[in-house]
Design a protein around this ligand. Sequence first.
Ligand SMILES: [Mn+2]
Length: 283
Amino acid sequence: MLTLHISHNDLDGVGCGILIKKFLPGTITTAYLGYDDLDAYIAENIHRYDRVIITDISPSYGQAEMLAGEKDAAIIDHHASSQELKRFPFTVHDISKCATLLTWEWLKNQGFAVEPYKEFALCVNDVDMWRLKRDDSLKMSVLFNLMGIERFEKRFREEPYDGFNETESLLITLEEERRNAYIKKAVRNMTTLKDKRGLTAAVVFAESYASELGNRIISDGEADYAVLINAQQKKVSLRSSPDVDIRVIAEANGGGGHKNAAGFSMKEEAFNLEGILKKTGII
Ligand SMILES: [Mn+2]
């Protein structure tokens, strides 16, 4: 049986990949994708596989309908934007848990011996759902960003998570020090303003550590939400306090996410490079 596993290219998505590859029998090909690439990838690739499993990311309704008609399929997701896919019997959808934890439960329900991976799944859940009740979950995220998808996947397929080893701990410490210095500097250069809705927005330019920076700004309580602009990649990340819905801003700009954590790519006209060049007299 040839299985195509498609997952999101972040920690939670790769956590799903680790569990699926570790426990499901047969030949499994995993592709880690961003939200924008999914439908085209499915259309181009599924004819070569007997089964398709999609985790932490969801196809369009039409694409899911097509899968329901012709493939052995499973979709495991927790994003509110894919709620409507719940009506397909092969969909596991629960916004209260991360996709890695949902995948862990899905495998457990099928009788796979996933118990040694419970801590890993709970740790990913803690950081992906921004619970931050554990002191190792942000460190897990740091390690993921340092190692990259392939090395991280290999590491945790080979051995379940039972604390970090000495080398991992050192890497994490060095990275945390660098991150804290970066965040301090970014916050110092933050602009706080009132938006159209009368909410306080904190705007920061940041190429790195957007999630951590957003989280810091929100937990400091100085703004209702944070706008983190990555000028290099023309991406905007949004983080908000629990009672403020910033997904509406992301969706109005063609992006998506959750109520308190969302993002979008800036269109050319929104990122006014020409304006900057003109105002500086370069052109
Ligand atoms: Mn997720």
